[in-house]
Design a protein around this ligand. Structure first.
Ligand SMILES: C[S@@+](CC[C@H](N)C(=O)[O-])C[C@H]1O[C@@H](n2cnc3c(N)ncnc32)[C@H](O)[C@@H]1O
Length: 341
């Protein structure tokens, strides 16, 4: 299978699953049901759900070969679990290839796992020097080093602005282009140094490299495109009554989930005030999901104290109706108008 370097196999429980209690409650699994966990990671949700309901089929996907290798060994001890190497945008093909036409639950817990950040070799962290990689799937695609050493200055600034929300994006892109003219930028430490030469530490103490690193990571892994395609795939795969559970960690992700669910659960157009003998015309094909919670759930205080990563988590859940999936023709208008709540 994959040739994963042994130094990349980390300790088994190095990722604390975020909002596990809430995810288990929202998934509401019964014996005999099937779950697709599109972001298997270190199997925190898999362990929790299979402990709560050992009789379910748990299909974990991850685009990171190291996570898949970990999951494959975990599946030997955890009946019901199977883990496959795939991006969650590919979930339909994977699940149908396993002989299933639909599933009861789809879970997405977005972003990177703690082991990915902690391993300097993966190149996600500006705190530890390592090769500038940032790919979750190390078997394909361009690394962050390839991006920063080849992308035009304006495109680079746009990536840093759009996905990193860095106001000094133009200055950062310019500094990168000047630095790479001297020598290629190959390490996270070097890139962080270049960023820090033009962005100053704010009062909140956040490292000036944080936003640029986030922007590059989102671009390298096409995280927002993946999310849009993954939500469409979940809509196609979920059975009537099936549950979609998504945990996001920043506003760019949450906005996409919120807009998707708002469009899919949108109220059918009303005729206005009806006469007593008139019936509301309900176009059920328009509503493929019913919202479980109007506002996103957030992690409880005890969890935020124990796991700072949980502080920015938002959980949105929705239940699939029996309407026909709308497919990739998403409601672009509502996608653009989505605001944070
Ligand atoms: C936040 S971690 C998930 C942690 C997991 N819930 C747990 O409790 O261990 C995110 C994981 O999803 C994976 N991932 C992120 N985006 C993905 C995508 N589009 N397709 C497949 N896996 C993805 C990452 O490689 C990472 O392992």
């Amino acid at each position: 299978m994959f040739a994963v370097p042994p130094e990349l196999i980390d300790t088994p429980h190095a990722h604390d699953p975020v909002m596990l209690r809430e995810v288990i409650a929202a998934a509401d699994i019964s014996a005999g049901e099937s779950v697709v966990d599109g972001t298997f990671g270190r199997g925190g949700y898999a362990r929790g759900i299979l402990t709560a309901e050992p009789g379910c089929r748990y299909i974990g996907l991850d685009r990171d070969p190291v996570a898949v290798e970990y999951g494959t060994s975990l599946s030997e001890q955890l009946p019901g679990l199977e883990v496959h190497h795939a991006a969650f945008s590919e979930m339909e093909g994977i699940v149908r290839g396993l002989g299933l036409n639909s599933v009861d639950v789809v879970i997405l817990d977005l972003g990177v796992s703690s082991p990915q950040i902690d391993q300097a070799e993966r190149g996600f962290s500006f705190g530890k020097d390592g090769p500038l990689d940032m790919r979750m799937d190390t078997s394909r695609g361009a690394s962050a080093a390839e991006v920063v050493n080849t992308m035009g200055e304006e495109d680079l600034a746009n990536v840093i602005y759009k996905y990193g929300e860095e106001r000094r994006s133009r200055a950062v892109a310019h500094a990168i282009v000047e630095a790479r003219a001297e020598a290629p930028i190959e390490t996270t430490g070097r890139l962080a140094e270049i960023i820090r030469s033009v962005v100053w530490r704010a009062k909140d103490g956040i490292d000036p490299a944080t936003r640029t690193f986030q922007g590059l990571r989102i671009h390298v892994n096409d995280e927002l495109g993946e999310l849009e395609r993954g939500l469409d795939a979940a809509e196609s795969l979920l059975k009537p009554g099936g549950r979609l559970v998504v945990v996001t960690f920043h506003s760019l992700e949450d906005r996409i989930v919120k807009s998707f669910l708002k469009a899919r659960a949108s109220k059918p157009a009303s005729k206005g005030r009806l006469m007593p003998w008139e019936e509301e015309e309900v176009d059920d094909t328009a509503r493929t999901f019913a919202l479980v919670n109007k506002k996103p759930l957030e992690a409880q205080r005890d969890e935020c104290r124990a796991n700072p990563r949980a502080r920015s988590a938002k959980l949105r859940a929705a239940q699939r109706t029996d309407a026909v999936a709308r497919g990739a023709a998403t409601d672009t208008e509502s996608k653009q108008s989505g605001a944070d709540t």
